[in-house]
Design a protein around this ligand. Sequence first.
Ligand SMILES: O=C(O)CCC(=O)C(=O)O
Length: 203
Amino acid sequence: MSTLGQRPYRFQVGPLATDTYRETVQSPLFDPDECRRIVATLRDDGWKVAEVTKERGYGSKTDAAIRSASTQMLPELDGWVVRRLVDELARINDETFRFDLWGMPISDAPSVIRYRANEGGHFSPHIDAGPGMATRKLTYVVQLSDPEDYTGGDLVVIDGGHPASKEQGVLTVFPSVLSHVVSPVIVGERYALVGWVHGPTPS
Ligand SMILES: O=C(O)CCC(=O)C(=O)O
């Protein structure tokens, strides 16, 4: 018997759930027509420059060398898009990750990210969880663009997992602690629906 804090603690032999930290799960979520409908709800004047977290997680800043993209929150957070997304994320979490989750805070609500070739659209390698965003557990990305509409713009989960499908409407989910990158868009533009599911404890 050992103690951790005040509690008696016994080391246990048992399965460790660490494998789920290296998974990337993909699943078709919307058909091409639905993807076009989602993009059509976005406001032309709704785009903001997408930011990156400052060193040590306190606040955010723009830095086009790290990330060049525009973002806007989904205009409808209580409609069919989010309902379908939430149902599928819950199913995937129950089946694969089994993280303790409490949901999506409004400050991290589903947003559409736009990467344009003529703006050098990309996102350098990064992780989504850490200081200032410690309760992010799962990152999700839905490809809203037809892959014929752009070249480059590949989402690659570097630290484990599989390369993300570029197929329109496919949802990719992975633990927010995994490092990932969006390669530069060379031609055209790419839209992706991106967000995070949070849990009660820091990652
Ligand atoms: O656009 C993507 O595919 C991923 C975006 C991303 O990595 C992020 O917002 O953290």
